[in-house]
Design a protein around this ligand. Structure first.
Ligand SMILES: Nc1ncnc2c1ncn2[C@@H]1O[C@H](COP(=O)(O)OP(=O)(O)OP(=O)(O)O)[C@@H](O)[C@H]1O
Ligand SMILES: [Mg+2]
Length: 322
């Protein structure tokens, strides 16, 4: 059984338009997503800005209102769950954010930030909290002197280590990491990624790793899900998807990774234009207005979902035509 099973999930946000905002409309940020995550697995979630990655990540942790669909964590459907199930989810999951400073209380010292989580989640008696705080600092590679510092006196990388320590304090089985290295220098990014991979191995953590950066996802993840306009258009083992994408959107995203090698040719079909307005979703396949392979049928009917061994993608073209 998967640790996490998401089925046909929809997350809508209210949006007004028209004169004086009289027309109430809904923005479909997550539009029928299904995915699963095994224990200890790292799933990358990629896609352009606004594709719904953060909304999906937050909805999985029940931090966003779910319009319809189910999210099962360890076999329990939390969308139908009682307070007890949701509390359990809170105890077994955590989130790491893009901006580590913004997520930390600037008035509290590092030790207090971690001790607070231990108090709330584990009701750990005060005498055991100090030991656990020190252990958490050691786990994420922060020197113990940091315990009495405040977040503003830490570097970006140190702050993100603290963000990870705080996430680990709940002893989670699933972490949603939302662009957790995007704000850091490349060399620090590497350190934080190595730390996450080490912790994942030590603790059998499952990770939903949300990132714009496909090369980081390639390095970190076992599987990857590609999101476009609130839907997952392709999903599979990271190596297979990156080597031979089956969806034209995935192919365009991959070809837009800047090549370090200047002798390599430029992409033949880079991603054209911008995504459409999420308030006016295209008919048929959401990607058809930007797809260089689109057929007349793509504008009319939603594409079929094709499953091939451990891969899945939604396109009228099968992988031999592509
Ligand atoms: N609280 C909200 N209220 C209204 N609309 C929202 C809200 N949060 C997100 N949206 C909209 O939902 C869509 C998906 O946003 P989301 O933040 O999930 O995308 P994303 O893939 O995480 O983008 P990015 O890569 O820029 O972080 C966007 O059109 C966004 O404007
Ligand atoms: Mg986001």
């Amino acid at each position: 059984m998967s640790l996490l099973q998401v089925t046909d999930l929809h997350v809508h946000f209210p949006a007004s338009s028209g004169w004086l905002g009289m027309h109430k409309r809904w923005l479909k940020a997550v539009n029928g997503v299904s995915l699963s995550l095994a224990r200890g697995e790292v799933l990358g979630l990629v896609g352009e800005s606004g594709s719904g990655k953060s909304s999906l990540g937050r909805a999985i942790l029940y931090l966003e209102e779910i319009r319809s669909g189910t999210v099962s964590f360890d076999g329990v459907d939390i969308t139908r769950g009682n307070r007890c199930d949701i509390q359990r989810l809170r105890h077994e999951t955590a989130m790491i954010f893009q901006d580590p400073y913004a997520a930390l209380n600037p008035r509290m010292k590092v030790g207090e930030i971690l001790a607070e989580v231990l108090q709330v989640h584990h009701r750990l008696p005060i005498e055991q909290r100090t030991d656990r705080v020190m252990e958490l600092l050691r786990l994420v590679g922060l020197p113990k002197e940091m315990v009495s510092r405040r977040p503003h006196s830490l570097s970006g990388g140190q702050c993100q280590r603290l963000g990870i320590a705080r996430a680990l304090a709940v002893e989670p089985r699933l972490i949603v990491a939302d662009e957790c290295v995007s704000a850091l220098d490349v060399s620090i990014q590497g350190q934080i990624i190595n730390l996450l991979l080490k912790l994942r191995q030590q603790m059998n953590l499952a990770l939903l790793f949300i990132s714009h950066d496909l090369s980081v996802v390639h390095r970190v993840c076992d599987r990857v899900a590609v999101m476009y306009m609130g839907q997952i258009v392709e999903e599979g083992p990271v190596e297979a998807v990156f080597n031979r994408p089956h969806h034209p959107y995935t192919a365009a995203l991959i070809s837009s990774i800047p090549q370090l090698d200047p002798s390599k040719p430029l992409p033949t079909h880079p991603l054209p234009g911008e995504p459409p307005s999420p308030l006016k979703l295209p008919s048929g396949c959401m990607f058809h207005p930007r797809c260089h392979l689109a057929l007349p049928a793509c504008a009319k009917t939603p594409p079929p979902i094709r499953s091939l061994q451990n891969r899945r993608y939604s396109c009228v073209l099968d992988e031999t035509q592509f």
